[in-house]
Design a protein around this ligand. Structure first.
Ligand SMILES: [Zn+2]
Length: 370
């Protein structure tokens, strides 16, 4: 199977999350993998929202290739290309999801099909291609909840766009909504009310001064915090009875989100109603882990460039799947371009798609004994 042609075929299937369910894309890939001897199961977390798990047994716990089938919307700006045609020009393949991350999915499936007749002496091979990543890893979380859906794995490659550079860690995201309630009163008699904006503003400023007191990660740096929105009150002449702000924290893998949330609740007091909007911890695999070395070697051979372990700024399904598989070694590696994710006129480089197939096949040959 030609991975570039397969990328084009799945770019032509609109899987914009949430309006266009992933099922047709999962069906197409499931058919290809099923015909090649993989045991294929689809799991829907909502009607049409299908994730696919395809397995071949081998001599030991499988290697997992992980990707997502959904894309973000097209955005407000007009495209100069048809986002669902998969047009190619000057070495580029255009379309929504071409970089993030249908080229990665296609390269993983193509590598799996290429290896479908090879004996897997050391380890099986599992593909986990999920729905609903872009809205907070819904498909991965669903698979983690369904007993037996994921099976076991010894190591994982996530095919998110890295321009074929192996990435051994990414930060986590903890997004919180903090709400304060008060008592409204006429603006001329504020002593009769309880001002929710004042309470929220004090809490916000306290939070902005929060120090995480954790050693920075050599690749990822330290955690960050940003207050993104603030709203409160109805009109100028009333005491506001409600005020809300949202906080975006990017954590490092040595931090536990439950501890951060407990600390913030204590700091802001019982009046603060704290709701998590996104709660995904970071991941990190040591540079000298044998699996990382295998990935670096296979990727160096496939790209003809010496590869070093890097880090990413985004989060991936690994935030859910790596802990679900018991904290296995995880590397993010995919042919898409990081800078083109979610952009107008998104494209991927055809040469990188072909190199990614070789890298994935090389990793599978080493780990699975294929
Ligand atoms: Zn993605």
């Amino acid at each position: 199977m030609n991975a570039v042609e397969l990328t084009r075929r799945i770019v032509r299937i609109d899987t914009i999350n949430p309006k266009s369910p992933e099922r047709p894309c999962a069906d197409l890939l499931g058919k290809l993998l099923g015909d090649a001897g993989y045991e294929v199961r689809l799991h829907e977390f909502a009607p049409g929202r299908a994730s696919l798990v395809a397995r071949r047994e081998g001599g030991g716990k499988p290697l997992a290739f992980v990707g997502h089938l959904d894309t973000v919307p097209l955005g407000a700006a007009p495209w100069s290309r048809d986002p669902f045609a998969g047009e190619t020009q000057e070495g580029r393949l255009y379309g929504r999801g071409s970089s993030d991350m249908k080229s990665g999915v296609a390269a993983m499936v193509a590598a799996a099909l290429d290896l479908s007749r090879a004996p897997l002496r050391k380890a099986g091979l599992t593909l986990v291609l999920v729905a609903g990543e872009e809205t907070g890893c819904e498909g991965a979380a669903h698979l983690a909840r369904v007993p037996g859906a994921l099976g076991e794995a010894r190591a994982m490659v996530v095919g998110e766009p890295t321009g074929n550079r192996p990435v051994v860690g990414h930060k986590g995201a903890l997004w919180l909504r903090v709400r304060f309630r008060g008592v409204t009163a006429h603006g001329s008699m504020p002593e009769k009310g309880k001002n929710a904006v004042y309470a929220a503003a004090r809490a916000l400023l306290a939070l902005a001064d929060l120090r995480f007191e954790v050693a920075p990660d050599p690749l990822l740096g330290g955690p960050t915090l940003n207050v993104g929105t603030f709203s409160g009150g109805m009109n100028v002449n009333s005491v506001p009875d409600e005020a809300t702000f949202t906080v975006d924290m990017r954590t490092i893998p040595s931090q536990r989100h439950a501890e951060i949330r407990a600390r913030i609740q204590t700091m802001l007091g019982a009046d603060a109603e704290i709701t998590p909007l996104v709660d995904l911890e970071g991941i990190r695999t040591a540079e000298d882990d044998p699996f990382v070395r295998t990935v670096l070697e296979a990727t160096s051979a496939a790209t003809g460039e010496k590869q070093e372990p890097g880090a990413a700024t985004y989060f991936t399904d690994a935030s859910v799947l790596t802990p679900a598989y018991g904290g296995i070694p995880t590397v993010v590696l995919g042919p898409g371009e990081m800078a083109l994710c979610h952009q107008t006129d998104e494209y991927c480089l055809i040469s990188r798609v072909e190199a990614a197939v070789a890298a994935y096949a090389g990793i599978a040959q080493k780990v699975c004994g294929a």
